[in-house]
Design a protein around this ligand. Structure first.
Ligand code: PCA
Length: 324
C-alpha cells in the first residue's frame, strides 16, 4: 500500500514537472550573411539546445539581418520582441564604454589575446548586460581587422578624404583620426554602399570582405591585425529566468561548446577568406611598417580616450589583461 502511494507520488511529480517544462520557441536574429561562420555557428548552437532539451526549446536562427537589422538586435532582445540574439557589442560602446574593449586598436591583436581579453572582461560584461536586462551566453571573435582600399595606400596621408564605411564608434573615430570620412553601415548593406559609391574603403576582416564580394569594388586588402571585435549572444533576462534549472544548464553547456567551435571556425575562416579575396583578384598583403607605426600612434590616442571613457572599471580590466 505504502509502495503504491509512493509510486503515485512519483508519477504525479513527473507529470507536474512535465507541465512546468513548457516548450519554448525562440527567435534568434543574427546580422550577418547565412554563409558566414557566425551564422553557421549560431545554427549549431540552436541545434545543440534543441537536442539537449529533448526538443523543449527550439531556436530559429534568422540570418542576414532578415528579422532585425544588426543595429536593432540588442534592443529587440532587451524589450522581449525576441528572446535571444547576436550582436557586435562594440557597436554599443556609446551606451557603455566597456562594450568597446575589443575594438581598442592594438590592445588584443591575435586570437589568443582576444580570448584572454574576453575572459578578463567577462564578469564586467555579464554584470553590465544584466543591468540592461540581458543574460550573457557566449561570444565569438571575428578574424583580425585590416583595411580595404581601391588604391595602393602606404601611409596615413594617402587616406585623406576617402569615404570610409564604419561599423562602430571606434572605426568612425579611426577614420576621423586618419583624415577619412566615416559613414556607419551594417555589414548586410556593404555591397550596395560600395556599388553606389557611398563608401570606398573600410576596415574589417577578410571574412566580411569575402562574404560581401568586396573584390567587385576595391583592389587592395592590407592586413593590420588592429583588433578582433566579437559577436555576443545574449538572452532576454525574463525569458532566461522563466526557464527551469535543467534548461538553463543545457543552454549554458551549448554556449560553452559554441564559444569553442566559433573560435575554431573563425581561425579556419581567416586564411580561407584572405585567399578568397586574392582569388577574386585583389592584392592581399600586409600594411608596411611605416603605416603600421602611424596607425599605432593613433591607436595609442584611442586607447587613452577609451580608458578615460571607461573609467576605473575599464582600467582594472586592461591592467588585469596586460599583467596576465
Ligand atoms: N565584420 C563585421 C564586424 C567586424 C568584421 O570583421 C563588419 O564588418 O561589420
Amino acid at each position: 500500500m505504502r509502495l503504491q502511494i509512493g509510486l503515485a507520488a512519483v508519477v504525479a511529480l513527473s507529470v507536474t514537472a512535465t507541465g512546468v517544462i513548457a516548450s519554448e520557441e525562440w527567435d534568434m536574429p543574427m546580422a550577418y550573411s547565412d554563409s558566414n561562420f557566425h551564422t553557421q555557428n549560431g545554427k549549431t548552437f540552436a541545434q545543440c539546445v534543441s537536442t539537449a532539451t529533448g526538443g523543449d526549446i527550439k531556436i530559429t536562427v534568422h540570418g542576414g539581418g532578415s528579422l532585425f537589422k544588426g543595429g536593432e538586435i540588442k534592443r529587440a532582445v532587451q524589450t522581449g520582441q525576441v528572446q535571444i540574439g547576436e550582436r557586435l557589442l562594440s557597436s554599443h560602446q556609446n551606451e557603455k564604454p566597456i562594450y568597446g574593449i575589443d575594438s581598442v586598436p592594438f590592445l588584443a591583436t591575435s586570437f589568443e589575446a582576444s580570448e584572454k581579453l574576453s575572459k578578463a572582461v567577462r564578469p564586467t560584461i555579464v554584470e553590465t548586460l544584466a543591468e540592461e536586462g540581458l543574460h550573457y551566453l557566449y561570444s565569438v571573435p571575428w578574424p583580425p581587422q585590416g583595411f580595404y582600399f581601391n588604391k595602393e595606400v602606404n601611409s596615413v596621408s594617402d587616406m585623406k578624404g576617402i569615404k570610409f564605411r564604419s561599423y562602430n564608434s571606434a572605426t568612425a573615430r579611426l577614420a576621423e583620426l586618419t583624415g577619412m570620412v566615416p559613414t556607419q553601415i551594417e555589414a548586410a548593406e556593404i555591397s550596395q554602399a560600395f556599388a553606389t559609391g557611398v563608401v570606398e574603403s573600410m576596415i574589417s576582416s577578410g571574412a566580411t570582405g569575402y562574404d560581401r564580394k568586396l573584390w567587385e569594388h576595391v583592389s587592395n586588402f592590407y592586413a593590420v591585425d588592429g583588433w578582433l571585435p566579437r559577436n555576443t549572444i545574449m538572452v532576454n533576462m525574463e525569458a532566461w529566468e522563466d526557464l527551469e534549472d535543467e534548461q538553463r544548464n543545457a543552454i549554458t553547456a551549448c554556449s560553452e561548446m559554441a564559444a569553442q567551435l566559433g573560435l575554431y571556425r573563425s581561425i579556419q575562416y581567416t586564411d580561407f577568406t584572405l585567399k578568397g579575396l586574392a582569388d577574386g583578384g585583389m592584392d592581399v598583403g600586409v600594411a608596411n611598417d611605416d603605416l603600421v607605426g602611424e596607425l599605432k600612434e593613433i591607436g595609442a590616442k584611442m586607447t587613452e580616450e577609451w580608458l578615460e571613457a571607461a573609467g576605473e572599471e575599464g582600467k582594472a580590466v586592461v591592467d588585469a589583461f596586460l599583467e596576465d
